[in-house]
Design a protein around this ligand. Structure first.
Ligand code: SF4
Ligand code: SF4
Length: 548
């Protein structure tokens, strides 16, 4: 029984779920043989695509940069092992609509050779300037590894005018089935805590709260032992009650500090920075060992896979390879299927992006509540991949959606105290202004409302659809504004050029006129002078003749 000593706060709503953590968390994390081909998507973070720095045919060392981060909101990607770039081409990526994107295809040479690709190391980061460390985190391609994949260096770029009261480490791992953070905290607690110390140094805080749900007693014990080993009393390991979705960033901050992140705000605005244990470990490795982010822990689990487990694999490893080394599918192998989202679908026939179904099994990247369905197992492990959930429930067994009976259970369950039913109506009616008035963008897509809905309405699908539409409309509006500004600027430039040309012409004319006038005056003056001189000469001649 874990004793809770730190004062904790309670969020609204939330659910007790069937967790199924024991399916995968008992055995140590496995290391698999290298796949024959690694598929490394260019963009693995929220932001803009990095710039390619290699070509097909190039030989690359392990850890070598493949795409650079120069520019705003760009994060580099690196070679997960040594080998040859065989192609740079579009491949399917983890996206509910089955999108493809640019990927670097790397054929490993089996040597796993770093060459000179390791970055210089900082054995004692406490003696290094925080900004230098932050730049290192950026160059190492580190993003939030809890799934949000926001660039970690940007999150650590705090403003001097808001002192950071505490660093919060999110070890809650509240989604059912996922156990990779649990295993990481059991197996690498010292590395996580050393990463935590680096972050505390960068953001200049003296307090770190590590929240871990109390269904992970081994992880809590391992982290507490590591804290004792490091002797750092600034760090508190805090067990929290198991209640979904305590691992959502805003919810965890409220539980641990009592503070609420304002609507539309970021934790840093209330003096908190929040990161994941895997991110902390990646930071330790980048700073102290000089290693970029090229691998990660993840869980392969669900009734559809024979031997659920945790693995640590190079980024770019195809999911098919993971499944093959986890005993294979329990059902027949999934077949590629068409994209799952159909715009304008009617209730009851609306395809769910969080439950990909393929020939008798479903593949989900992430957990069952917030994960993204995959339409093929040819998709690679990326920085965001914390879990591959293989379900054996075929699509035909999914409950069809029925009309809303206004029971209000969705509102009771919502941890953000939203009104999911209203959001649903407005999103469905494409009344996006109204949906925004009901704080659509505060929805964390936790799925609690869908889970409790007796009418089996996949509410989150509607919110995701509405958010995507609003973002698309905003982008279109921004593009139109930019185009209009460009056009206005172009017109103004043309008119200015015309005006300047006319002014120049007038000036020339004036100058020419002045020159002509001056010339004429000078000629007249010269003629007058000549006439005067002639006259004087003639007068003198006449006077001489008279005298003689
Ligand atoms: S839980 Fe479902 S049926 Fe009940 S009010 Fe919400 S949307 Fe309607
Ligand atoms: S998905 Fe959104 S609306 Fe539904 S319970 Fe979670 S936060 Fe509330």
């Amino acid at each position: 029984m874990i004793q809770i000593l730190h004062k904790l706060w309670r969020n609204h709503g939330g659910l007790h779920l069937d967790y199924h953590k024991e399916d995968s968390n008992a055995a140590p994390t496995k290391h698999l043989p290298m796949a024959e081909e690694l598929i490394i998507p260019l963009q693995q973070h929220s932001g803009y695509k990095p710039t390619l720095t290699v070509n097909a045919g190039d030989y690359v060392y392990k850890g070598q940069e493949l795409a650079s981060h120069t520019g705003f909101m760009k994060v580099p990607v690196h070679a997960s092992t040594s080998g040859t770039i065989t192609a740079i081409e579009e491949r399917p990526i983890a996206h509910p609509s089955g999108l493809s994107d640019v990927c670097i295809i790397l054929k490993p040479d089996g040597k796993d050779d770093w060459g000179n690709a390791r970055m210089p190391t900082y054995p004692d980061p406490s003696q290094v300037d925080g900004e230098v460390l932050r730049q290192r985190i950026c160059a190492a391609g580190i993003v939030g590894m809890g799934g949000a994949v926001f660039p970690a260096a940007i999150k650590l770029n705090v403003h001097d005018n808001i002192p950071i009261e505490a660093l919060v480490i999110n070890g809650a791992e509240c989604e059912p089935y996922i156990t990779c953070d649990d295993r990481l905290m059991r197996e690498k607690p010292v590395e996580i805590l050393r990463g935590v110390q680096i972050m505390m140094h960068i953001i200049a805080t003296q307090r770190c709260l590590i929240g871990i749900e109390d269904n992970k007693p081994e992880a809590i014990a391992a982290m507490q032992a590591a804290r004792e080993e490091l002797g750092d009393q600034r760090i508190a390991i805090i067990p929290i009650p198991t209640l979904y979705p305590s691992g959502s960033e805003k919810q965890l901050i409220k539980i641990l500090t009592g503070k609420e992140v304002p609507s539309g705000g970021r934790p840093a605005t209330i003096g908190i920075v929040c990161h994941n244990p895997a991110t902390a470990r990646a930071i330790y490795r980048a700073v102290v060992l000089g290693e970029p982010l090229i691998d990660r822990y993840l869980t392969i689990t669900g009734k559809g896979v024979a031997q659920p487990c945790n693995v640590e694999v190079p980024l770019g490893t195809p999911i098919q390879h993971l499944i093959a080394h986890s005993g294979g599918y329990t059902q027949k192998k999934p077949l590629p299927s068409p994209p799952l989202i159909r715009e304008g679908s009617q209730e009851g026939s609306y395809s769910s992006p969080d439950k990909g179904r393929l020939g008798g099994v479903s593949l989900i990247m992430g957990g069952p509540m917030m994960g993204v369905s995959l339409h093929t197992d040819q998709i690679p492990v990326v920085k965001a991949t914390n879990c591959i959930l293989v379900s054996d429930i075929p699509e035909s067994e999914q409950q069809p959606a029925l009309p809303c009976i206004r029971c209000g259970r969705c509102a009771e369950a919502c941890p953000v105290t939203l009104l999911p039913q209203q959001l649903y109506w407005h999103s469905r009616a494409r009344d996006f202004d109204k949906a925004e008035q009901y704080h659509l963008f505060d929805c964390i897509e936790c799925g609690c409302c869908s889970y409790v809905c007796p009418s089996h309405i996949r509410l989150v699908d509607y919110y995701r659809f509405a958010k995507a539409e609003i973002r698309t409309q905003r982008e279109a509006k921004t593009k139109a504004n930019i185009a209009r500004e460009r056009h206005d600027f172009h017109q103004e430039r043309l008119e200015r050029a015309k005006r300047e040309k006319a002014e120049k012409l007038a000036k020339h004319k004036e100058q020419a006129q002045t020159t002509t006038d001056d010339g004429k005056k000078a000629a007249i003056q010269a003629a007058l002078e000549r006439a005067k001189a002639k006259k004087a000469e003639a007068a003198q001649t006449t006077t001489g003749e008279t005298t003689e």
